[in-house]
Write a protein of this length. Structure first.
Length: 276
């Protein structure tokens, strides 16, 4: 669903539907940091909402506060003002129904792939047998069937990030937060991971907030792109990407894709740290 009361059809296009309560509601959110030279505003008057099953990309230049926004949504940072709520409840700390994937996979080298994936289940003392079956199914979904007993050092960067995604999904979170998860990968691997993430999302239909500074990546993945200003970060524009799914890499060569990229690019220059 989009926040205009529209639902995503099977082909990825948007259709009219009745309004529903959003999964995420952010209202007048601000964040400031204390420094030796006085307070520094990172975020200012952020307002947006995310519907169930919607894929939102948050795009902006380096230092605009997009990672700060994600950490507030994850319950890792408190806001200075305003509110972020998940299913109507204010986010005041880490929650079991939120999964997070960072730029680095952060896998424990002494744990196997399966043991890394099961870490949230172990920490939360969830049913081991049930979640092990689920972990194996998810690993098969991302093309890692047969790698359950390998160690992180035996995997490529892209494979490690797939493990991190599975780990974030293992406890069936209501919301999946992703902070530039493919930023450290080479261009070809990053494209393949975009395809992989789209496939996982189409299969699982999780609500996703995806942080990036790549315009093409945001347009390729998202239902809507929230375009942020330089610090203090505000929402400059919300761009609805009404293109059918699944999207192949060839869509990047189309005039329709190019028009979305050009529209967003007008907000930035190369000096602003955005991948044009």
């Amino acid at each position: 669903m989009s926040m205009s009361g529209r639902s995503t059809a099977a082909d990825g296009r948007v259709a009219q539907a009745g309004s529903v309560e959003p999964v995420i509601a952010v209202r007048r959110l601000t964040k400031s940091y204390a420094t030796a030279d006085g307070p520094v505003a990172a975020l200012e008057a952020i307002d947006f909402a995310v519907a169930d099953g919607e894929f939102i990309a948050v795009l902006g230049p380096s230092g605009c506060g997009k990672s700060t926004l994600l950490k507030i949504l994850a319950g890792l940072f408190p806001p200075s003002g305003g509110e972020a709520a998940l299913r109507g409840t204010a986010i005041t700390g880490p929650r079991r129904d939120i999964g997070v994937v960072f730029q680095s996979p952060v896998l424990f080298p002494w744990r196997t792939v399966l043991q890394n994936v099961l870490l949230p289940a172990d920490v939360q003392r969830l049913g081991r047998a049930q979640h092990e079956r689920k972990a194996l199914d998810l690993l098969a979904l991302v093309g890692l069937g047969g790698f359950e007993h390998r160690y992180p050092w035996e995997l490529s960067g892209g494979m490690q990030q797939r493990v991190a995604i599975v780990r974030a999904l293992i406890h069936d979170p209501a919301l999946l937060l992703m902070d530039e998860p493919f930023g450290a990968l080479d261009a070809m691997t990053r494209e393949q991971m975009n395809l992989e993430l789209q496939r996982i999302w189409l299969e699982r239909r999780k609500t996703v907030v995806f942080i990036t500074h790549s315009i093409p990546e945001a347009v390729f993945l998202a239902d809507r792109v929230l375009v942020m200003t330089p610090r203090p970060g505000r929402i400059a524009e919300t761009v609805a990407v009404d293109m059918p799914r699944p999207r192949s890499l060839e869509v990047m060569n189309t005039a329709e894709f190019g028009s979305f990229v050009a529209r967003i690019r007008r907000h930035f220059s190369a000096q602003n740290g955005v991948d044009l």
